[in-house]
Design a protein around this ligand. Sequence first.
Ligand SMILES: [Zn+2]
Length: 109
Amino acid sequence: MKDLERFKVALLEEKARLEKDIKELGDYNMGSSDDDRHGEEKADEVEEFMNAAGEIAPLQERLEEIKTALNKIDGGAYGLCEKCHKEIDEKVLEAAPESKLCQNCKAAE
Ligand SMILES: [Zn+2]
């Protein structure tokens, strides 16, 4: 696999961005949960909390995939399909550097 460094940089950038987003959403949750004096406002806050929690989950999932991909770069297994162990097309990796499956296996899922 050539251009490994390029994918690593892209993954690290994406990882930093996701960690920042998750932290911001988390801070927002903390800040909105400390006022229970007004029942009506609290209902709004609970709703906001649920929205934020719903936004964090997919970000964390993606963050885990990116961490896995970074581990693979260090372990020398990056860019190989987890199912058929063939090389994943570089175009696929360029679009989504955290890809775990080649186009064929992904289509078969
Ligand atoms: Zn495959």
